[in-house]
Design a protein around this ligand. Structure first.
Ligand SMILES: C[S@@+](CC[C@H](N)C(=O)[O-])C[C@H]1O[C@@H](n2cnc3c(N)ncnc32)[C@H](O)[C@@H]1O
Length: 405
């Protein structure tokens, strides 16, 4: 079912990319040759039209939120009469972005929500679903948690402390997406250390694996540490023990539920009489109890009860871990609060993870030029689009230098 859905979306998307492709290159700007940000002044859709097909590696942006600010300029987004109209406009911007984004590119969209009559409008989710319906792949809904969020006077609901950042790509199943996890690894909380065996040891199912690669409860317990667990000295194939137990149960005419009842278990004994993926071997203690119930011989006692201690190692990646989809980032303190400036860490994460060194970054709602500043610092070329020409001064100041096209 899932595959059908994905194929459908993919076909829709490819068709639309083709429809949107521009035949003439006459009106296109030349792509930047160095890291000086190029600024296109004007309405987002008009300006996106000037950018060549499939030329941008990463788009990272935060559009005006619905019904929040007035940027005092005609054609500004965010002043629509209803959330629906706003959502449609942002999704339309996505259509243009689809054309200019490289096939291996990424689109990071940070957008906030609004209340109407005390009712949260779920605007970010509507945008994300709208984009998915038009063929985009939503790779993550990143939570930007603001540890320094404003104290809120609300008394009848919980205060809002985060905003979503959507990470969209055009496709993934062709393995085209460029994602450099090594560029954004963060330090592990703990470094591996040996814990001496003590107290309750985990009697997990580690069949034949000396090194625990993280798929078992034992691994989850020992994440970032090294622990000892008990393991059978010799593992017998499940089907041999299962046949043996089945034979004795039939002979003694005892039901599985009865065994569970005697052992004070719920739905456990059944697993010992199964050969499929749901089957399991009784733990050593259970084996001895089962022996009393079924009164079987000593044939497998040794193999089923002799144990040894095994060091369970879950190794940290030497360069750190994946930062995950919850980003704790303080709000920006630039002194340009009226722009709703986003913290530099947002474009930094997007660019480092998804923009190859020669790639071009785009922010279609540039505001004070945060994305251009960060792209330049990271040695990436960038294009900024902004409607309000009053902001040019600030963009210049933040980016050092800009080129207006
Ligand atoms: C939330 S701010 C972006 C702030 C930016 N991330 C920063 O760090 O400074 C949104 C920007 O979108 C601009 N904007 C609004 N409507 C626009 C439109 N139709 N086309 C292009 N830019 C627009 C506003 O002027 C504003 O500067």
């Amino acid at each position: 079912m899932q595959t059908i859905q994905q194929d459908y979306s993919y076909n829709v998307l490819i068709k639309r990319v083709k429809e949107n492709e521009k035949s003439s290159e006459n009106d296109f700007i030349s792509l930047p040759l160095d890291t000086v940000p190029n600024l296109l002044l004007g309405d987002v859709v008009e300006q996106l039209n000037r950018i060549p097909d499939k030329s941008i590696s990463v788009i990272v942006t935060s559009p005006p939120y619905w019904n929040l600010r007035d940027y005092e300029v005609e054609n500004q987004l965010g002043r629509e009469k209803s959330p629906q109209e706003y959502v449609e406009n942002i999704v339309k911007v996505g259509d243009e972005i689809l054309r200019i984004l490289r096939d291996d590119g990424a689109y990071f969209l940070n957008v906030g929500d609004s209340y109407v009559d005390k009712n949260l409008q779920m605007i970010p989710s509507r945008i994300a679903i709208g984009m998915q319906n038009r063929g985009w792949l939503l790779r993550n809904q990143i939570v930007w948690y603001k540890p320094d969020h404003m104290p809120s006077p609300v008394k009848t609901r919980f205060s809002n402390t985060y905003e979503p950042i959507f990470f969209f790509t055009k496709n993934d199943w062709e393995k085209k997406v460029c994602f450099d996890i090594d560029a954004i690894r963060i330090p592990h909380k703990t470094q591996g250390k040996i814990q001496k065996p003590k107290g309750n040891l985990y009697n997990g199912k580690f069949r034949g694996n000396e090194k625990n690669i993280g798929a078992s409860p034992g691994a989850r317990m020992s994440i970032s540490d090294e622990k000892y667990t008990l393991k059978r000295k010799k593992e017998l194939p499940l089907n041999i023990i299962c046949d043996y137990l089945r034979y004795w149960r039939e002979k003694r005419k005892i039901g599985i539920q009865e065994i569970d009842k005697i052992l004070k278990y719920k739905h456990t004994a059944g697993h010992w009489f199964r050969k499929d993926a749901g089957g399991s071997l009784p733990l050593p203690d259970d084996w001895l109890k089962l022996k009393k119930i079924l009164n079987f011989d000593d044939k497998y006692d040794r193999e089923m009860t002799e144990t040894k201690l095994v060091l369970q190692v879950v190794q940290n990646h030497p360069n750190g871990k994946n930062p995950g989809d919850l980003w704790r980032i303080n709000t920006a303190k630039t002194g340009y609060e009226h722009f709703a400036v986003f913290p530099e860490e947002i474009p930094r994460m997007a660019i480092k993870s998804c923009c190859p060194p020669e790639g071009v970054v785009l922010d279609p709602f540039a505001g004070s030029g945060t994305t251009g500043k960060v792209a330049r610092e990271l040695g990436r070329k960038s294009i900024l689009i902004e409607l309000q020409s009053d902001f040019v001064k600030i963009i210049k100041k933040r980016c050092g230098e800009i080129k207006i096209l």
